[in-house]
Design a protein around this ligand. Structure first.
Ligand code: NDP
Length: 492
């Protein structure tokens, strides 16, 4: 794999065609691992966003898609899954170059995304309401599941195709039409996906993509009265803004936000497995992962031994050129993120944490890399124990009792995921019940399947993606109350 000879020039995708939109301004994307421009996109304007919304509105109100059968929707979604698989190498390369993630991981993510499209395709045939037949002889109740309407989908840069695949196929399965706003840093695969959908038979206007920055493009989606639902993945700070803007027109809102996810390790755990899961959990995708296992809580009696093993293993994980097949930790997305990571490490040092490994940038050509870093002897009051870092930085806290572990684990604003490591099943289940998180893993981490719902509690978000109910998030329920037999006047 090598760098492309020239940047790929992309356009918005609106109404089934590619267009430069209303402005000639363009965004240049340089590969985080090499500093070479690999893509250029239109810097979308509010007018571009409004044009895409109008197109999606017409496709919803007058077009065929909301009226197609489940079987027709299933066929198109399945064909899209297959096209993603067919093009996994090309798509993986785009993601590797734009996001800095390792090439081998990027290809795996394309397969994972295809699996989600397959799963959503299956749900197309299972969308139905209910009947209520217990209202007496004279009344029958029905509920109809109807598509929510035009959906605005706003996605971040860390898993571009994967995250749009946690939203778009479920919205389409429900019969909705969409405008997608990918991150300004990683729009390539989302634009390619829109073309694959067209190739798979999707009617024009159903899936539109507008590139550009959050303000104005994402903001327009959140504010527009013609958008019925907005689904956002990104930072908690921007999630609040999106929810506030969406509140002005009272549209439905789904939010997948940050996390400070604890892995709680009891002394009786299988420590060999723990070492692997800790290293994977914190360094996967350079730590730029909302589900990152960035906090480990270790029972005091095994903490020194475990930290030593994790440090030894961390030092062997290959960091470097994302195009290298052997690399497991690639480049950091942008300068702001690199600065945020290094600031968090500096703040931990000031607060008295012990840097057991790394803690500095890695000098490597024009790329942007950070050493695998372990901060030990972190206490719950330190900022680094509470705030999301989004980098290859592990914080280690120690506990003595189950109650103390629980208090530390639940003591942040976030509630996305957590894990419990113990051979004592009673304890693992007690902790699973008491942890405030949308996902709890037991004796594993970063495991899952499209069948399992994903989302956060507290300030990690609203709503659930994946799982059987993912498609229901994109529907409205209509109640039909039907009187049987002669109508009995009630007032006159
Ligand atoms: P943001 O939350 O800023 O961006 C997420 C998406 O929202 C992007 O498409 C962005 O556009 C868009 N956006 C930005 N402002 C608005 C707005 N006012 N209205 C609507 N949409 C908007 O995340 P960043 O990418 O800047 O990352 C910052 C931090 O967020 C990270 O350090 C990390 O902590 C966290 N994060 C969490 C993620 C998660 O999966 N939960 C994913 C990514 C980041 P654009 O960036 O193109 O301007």
């Amino acid at each position: 794999m090598s760098l492309p000879p020239s940047p790929t020039r992309y356009q918005h995708f609106i109404g089934g065609t590619s267009t430069d939109g209303h402005s000639s301004d363009r965004i240049e994307r340089a590969s985080p691992g090499h500093g070479v421009v690999v893509s250029t996109y239109p810097a979308g304007t509010e007018a571009d966003a409004l044009a895409a919304i109008a197109t999606a509105r017409t496709a919803f109100d007058q077009g065929p898609w909301p009226r197609t059968t489940g079987a027709e929707r299933q066929a198109i979604l399945q064909r899209t899954a297959q096209l993603i698989r067919d093009q996994r190498d090309d798509l993986g390369l785009i993601e590797c170059l734009e996001s800095g993630k390792p090439i081998a991981q990027a290809r795996d993510e394309m397969d994972w995304a295809a699996g989600i499209w397959d799963y959503a395709a299956a749900l197309c045939r299972h969308l139905h309401g209910e009947t209520t037949n217990t209202l007496g002889d004279g009344m029958l109740g029905l509920t109809l599941r109807e598509p929510a309407g035009v959906c605005g989908l706003i996605t971040p840069w860390n898993f571009p195709l994967l995250i749009v695949s946690q939203k778009l196929p479920f919205a389409l399965a429900a019969g909705c039409t969409c405008v997608v706003k990918p991150s300004e840093f990683t729009s390539g695969t989302t634009l390619r996906l829109a073309r694959l959908l067209k190739e798979a038979g999707m009617p024009d206007g159903v899936c539109n993509v507008v590139t550009g920055t959050g303000d104005p493009v994402g903001q327009a989606l959140a504010e527009s009265p013609d958008v019925d639902l907005v689904s956002f993945t990104g930072s908690t700070a921007v999630g609040r803004k999106v929810a506030a803007a969406a509140g002005r027109t009272l549209k439905k809102v789904a939010l997948e936000l940050g996390g400070k996810n604890p892995q709680i390790i009891f002394a009786d755990a299988d420590l060999d497995a723990v070492v692997d899961a800790v290293v994977h959990g914190v360094y996967f995708n350079m730590g730029e992962c909302c589900n990152s296992g960035s906090r480990i809580l270790v029972e005091e009696s095994v903490a020194d031994a475990l930290v030593a093993r994790v440090a030894e293993a961390s030092a062997t994980v290959p960091v470097g050129d994302p195009l290298d097949e052997r690399v497991k930790i690639g480049a950091i997305i942008n300068d702001a993120q690199q600065a945020k990571i290094l600031d968090a490490i500096a703040s931990a040092r000031r607060d008295g944490a012990e840097v057991r490994l790394g803690g500095a940038p890695l000098a490597s050509g024009a790329g942007r890399f950070v050493q695998t870093t372990i901060l030990d002897r972190v206490t719950p009051d330190m900022a680094v124990a509470r705030d999301e870092i989004f980098g290859p930085v592990l914080t280690v806290l120690r506990f003595r009792t189950e109650a103390e572990a629980l208090e530390i684990a639940n003591g942040t604003l976030y509630g996305l995921s957590a894990s419990v490591w113990s051979r004592d099943l009673d304890r693992a289940l007690r902790m699973t019940r008491a942890l405030k998180a949308g996902t709890v893993w037991v004796n594993t981490f970063l495991d899952g399947a499209p069948e399992l719902p994903f989302g956060g509690t507290k300030q990690s978000g609203l709503g659930r993606e994946l799982g059987p109910q993912a498609v229901l998030e994109y529907t409205e329920t209509k109640t039909a109350t039907i009187r049987l037999g002669p109508y009995t006047p009630k007032w006159l």
